[in-house]
Design a protein around this ligand. Structure first.
Ligand code: ZN
Length: 300
């Protein structure tokens, strides 16, 4: 029987590193990207084009995109929060743009520089710019499960944002638990609700943080709802400069171990993914949250 495919998008070079206080060199980031590709990942968040004063760790986006391997079988995602960021990403050679909206105004004002309503004003222009630049465009709904400033976020808000996201030509819509507050029940409910307003040609992607140790359970819930693209960050690093208390992304190697044993084909080699997690720990010089990378090999 052929195994069902599950795509793991590796976000350690962007979401994983962006909150690290000590600047990781461009050289080390490019080495990380090489290791990620060698482990079998074919899609990864390579960097973001946001205000370098606000997120200094991501100030080298141009150099990263200039330095990534030129290969047709790998996709390097550039994250942007405004039209200027999209233009910079395209100028740097990005072929896939992930544009981020928020489900809550409190986070949107701090992270995206305007209310949810205001950030949609430039959406048609963003989509036009991506088209003109021959880049694929995806959208992410951040704080889709809760906001560090506004608290609980109603499902109706998430659905309303999803409807506007899919109003432009995107190939993928991601829902993100930016601060790691979701439970599997929330995931079932929200994925189902978002799916109900998303045309079937647009694939769904889910992004979880493990702040409250629910991320693996949430990932399973998303897959049970038909999601076949999941974000993870090797070693479980990550956080958000604008989301107080947001801990690491779900560790990719933990996702990989679990979904391997559930019979999914991700195309990623677990042993090599664990080596990359160790590489990250070495670069950061500290113990990282992922668990599988610290457990004995299984099966031995
Ligand atoms: Zn995140």
């Amino acid at each position: 029987m052929t195994k069902e495919k599950l795509e793991l998008v590796e976000v350690s070079p962007r979401d994983g590193l962006q909150n690290e206080p000590d600047i990781v060199s461009t050289e080390n980031k490019l080495a990380l990207i090489d290791h990620i590709l060698a482990a079998g990942f074919r899609r990864l968040e390579a960097g973001s084009f946001v205000n370098p004063k606000k997120v200094p760790q991501m100030a080298d986006g141009d150099a990263i995109f200039a330095g990534v391997p030129k290969r047709d079988d790998a996709t390097f995602i550039a994250l942007a929060l405004n039209l200027r960021g999209v233009e910079r990403a395209l100028a740097a050679g990005a072929k896939e743009i992930n544009y981020v909206f928020c489900a809550s105004d409190g986070f949107s004002v701090r992270n995206n520089g305007g209310t949810v309503e205001e950030t949609f004003n430039v959406w048609p222009e963003v989509a036009a710019a991506a088209r003109a630049g021959a880049a694929r465009l995806s959208a992410t709904i951040s704080t889709a499960f809760g906001c560090p400033f506004d608290g609980e976020v109603a499902v109706t808000r998430v659905v309303a944002v999803a409807e506007r996201c899919v109003g432009e030509s995107i190939f993928e819509l991601a829902i993100a638990d930016t601060i790691g507050v979701a439970s599997p029940g929330d995931v079932h409910e929200r994925v189902r609700a978002v799916k109900s307003v998303t045309p079937s040609h647009i694939q769904l992607r889910a992004h979880f943080h493990n702040t409250r140790n629910t991320a693996l359970a949430n990932a399973v819930a998303a897959v049970e709802e038909g999601v076949r693209v999941l974000d993870g960050s090797l070693a479980g690093i990550g956080g958000c400069p604008f989301a107080p208390g947001a801990a690491g992304n779900v560790p990719t190697e933990d996702l990989l171990y679990m979904f391997n044993r559930m019979g999914f084909d991700t195309g990623v080699d677990l042993d090599r993914a664990i080596e990359v997690a160790h590489f990250i720990g070495g670069v950061l010089g500290r113990k990282t949250p992922g668990m599988v990378s610290r457990a004995p090999k299984w099966p031995a």
